[in-house]
Design a protein around this ligand. Structure first.
Ligand code: PEP
Ligand code: MG
Length: 588
């Protein structure tokens, strides 16, 4: 049988990208295109014909939406499906339709221009209400506008999101990813996006193999093609031949076998062969993921990204709704701990603000936005506190860069506690408060910051982005997004060393914790806890159980002396070889 290298180097029908979520899948493609439509601004000669065209386009759009709405009701929760119902209502709005028709008559301009102009005004009006809910609705209307224009231009509509397909798209928002996952999507391929873009993170969480940042997948892959996605190596084979199919089918079978083996590790501890215990916790991004947390053998939830609730609901949940969500999760995970992270809004996540920021990753994000919106922050804090009665919740603050932010947030938490006391509502008065270390300023001054909090969690996704000045979602600079850059390793070492002075517990909840190559290094640097997407926990556990802490420590010391990422990676790979430890990536 040929080796992977032979199969891949001989293949003419291949493309590659970044391996965003592990797994091998062979399935049919659904090409998801978000077309940018050119609007024709010309005059019309035959007004009657133009109006008739508009009415036909309207009818066709309605038909399409009725179909989408019925699929939505079947596949999605009600909150999402109503979006389409609201869109259908717009198509029936007599004032809007009258306006468009009378403008076509009066101005004798192309209907597509008038439709664009009229509906855009509608959107502007909604956005000017300056309410997040209305801004979201304005986005929904964009789809209506494009739909009518597309139908006026008599362009094709890909109507069916089939089940069991691999979605190929230019890019995917977190919302797209969640939406498609409900259609039993088998894999994702995108032209753009980096390894830590939220679409990639969600794919990993949902255990859907994904390759991102291919640059040209949407040009080379056609709707209905069969492709193989190798989410371990970041490879895609388009319309595979018999030999390639057989090869990857065998690999997929081996993978399934390996996964069965991993299940046996579920109840065994993650302890090195010389007795050092590492706590493996789960990152939870989507509420539905909790079942995977249990089957993974996680010791608690190290990161619950609450901003995902906003993505799912498309609006801010009330205090009661949040109490419901957090209490449920806390009860299910009890007696293990649930680490709730305050809404990390901004960056590439949920859009709350009406205006576009030039540099969203350096803008009003995480704690900065929460302190600017105390009502929003307090609603969440009150809900977290009220859910903490069983004392297994801890609360974590994202994007901390100054001591002032910690002190201010703690003061707000104290205010909320006093309010609840007055209202005679119960909560854990000793709830632990921690911070994410993901801004270089916090990493450098970690000793001062640690004195103020109960625990630290290193967000390597952002920490690397900010240390390297490289956008975590931009594949054009993904070569510079270096997890093993000496500056990154030095910073991790510094954080662990400084936090030890105040005996403040440190964990990592960024994607680096889930990189099997990084594990010996992180253990050797002295990390006691790693939090990762639950599907990767068994892989991490298997490696930890084969490690010697003593040797890992030596490895980390070596790595600290190198001057390039290349040297660090070579040293760690050698470590795996010398110690006869296999990684999933090598097996598959
Ligand atoms: C991180 O930055 O590493 C992290 C865990 O937070 P997020 O990925 O949600 O920004
Ligand atoms: Mg972060």
């Amino acid at each position: 049988m040929k080796t992977f290298k032979q199969i891949f180097s001989e293949a003419q029908n291949k493309i590659s990208g970044l391996a965003a979520a592990p797994g091998i899948v062979i399935a049919e493609v659904y090409l998801f295109t978000k077309e940018t439509l050119e609007v024709n601004d010309g005059t019309v000669i035959n007004v009657e014909e133009a109006i008739q065209n508009f009415e036909e386009a309207l009818k066709k759009s309605k038909k399409e939406l009725t179909k989408i709405f019925s699929i939505a009701k079947e596949k999605m929760e009600d909150e999402r499906a109503v979006i389409f119902e609201a869109q259908m209502m717009i198509l029936d709005d007599p004032v809007l339709i009258e306006n468009i028709i009378s403008r076509i008559k009066k101005e004798k301009r192309q209907p597509e221009f008038i439709v664009n102009d009229e509906i855009s005004r509608y959107q502007e009006l909604m956005k000017s209400a300056n309410e997040p809910y209305m801004t979201e609705r304005a986005h929904d209307i964009e789809d209506i506008k494009n739909r009518i224009i597309r139908n006026l231009q008599k362009k094709r509509w890909i109507s069916k999101i089939k089940n069991d397909v691999i979605v190929v798209s230019d890019s995917l928002t977190p919302a797209d990813t969640i939406l498609f996952s409900r259609c039993n999507v088998r894999g994702f391929i995108t032209d753009h996006g980096g390894l830590t873009s939220h679409a990639a993170i969600i794919s990993r969480s949902l255990n859907i193999p994904a390759v991102v940042g291919t640059h040209n997948a949407t040009q080379l892959i056609k709707d209905g093609d069969t492709v193989i996605v190798d989410g371990f190596h970041g490879y895609i084979i388009i319309n595979p031949d018999e030999e390639q199919l057989n090869f990857f089918r065998t690999k997929a079978e081996r993978l399934a076998e390996l996964q069965r083996g991993l299940e046996e590790l579920k109840d065994k501890p993650a302890v090195t062969n010389d007795g050092k215990k590492i706590r493996l916790m789960a990152n939870v991004d989507v509420t539905g993921e909790i079942d995977v947390v249990f089957s993974s053998g996680a010791e608690g939830i190290g990161l619950y990204r609450t901003e995902q609730i906003l993505e799912e609901l498309n609006e801010f949940p009330t205090e009661e709704e949040q109490v419901n969500i957090y209490s449920n999760l806390a009860t299910r995970i009890y007696p293990e701990v649930l680490t709730i992270r305050a809404f990390d809004i901004g960056g590439d996540k949920f859009k709350f603000l009406d205006f576009r920021e030039g540099n969203p990753f350096l803008g009003l994000r995480g704690i900065r936005l929460l302190l600017e919106n105390p009502y929003l922050f307090k609603t969440q804090i009150r809900a977290v506190l009220r859910s903490s009665v069983n004392k297994n919740i801890q609360f974590m603050l994202p994007m901390i860069s100054t001591l002032y932010e910690i002190k201010k947030a703690k003061a707000i938490i104290e205010d909320c506690k006093s309010e609840l006391r007055k209202e005679k509502k119960k909560f854990d008065k000793d709830i632990k408060i921690g911070i994410m270390i993901e801004v270089p300023a916090a990493a450098i001054k970690v000793n001062d910051f640690a004195k103020e909090v109960d625990f630290l969690s290193i967000g390597t996704n952002d920490l690397i982005q900010y240390l390297m000045a490289v956008d975590r979602g931009n594949d054009l600079v993904s070569d510079l997004y270096q997890e093993f850059h000496p500056a990154v390793i030095y910073t991790l070492h510094h954080i662990v060393k400084e936090a030890a002075k105040t005996k403040t517990p440190v964990s990592i909840c960024g994607e680096m914790a889930a990189d099997t190559l990084a594990i010996p290094l992180l253990v050797g640097l002295g990390m006691n806890a790693l939090s990762m997407s639950p599907v990767t926990i068994p892989y991490a556990k298997r490696i930890i159980r084969k490690l010697s802490f003593h040797k890992s420590h030596e490895l980390a010391q070596h790595c600290l002396s190198f001057t390039s990422e290349k040297e660090v990676i070579a040293e760690i790979e050698k470590f795996f070889k010398d110690n006869l430890i296999t990684r999933t990536r090598n097996i598959i």
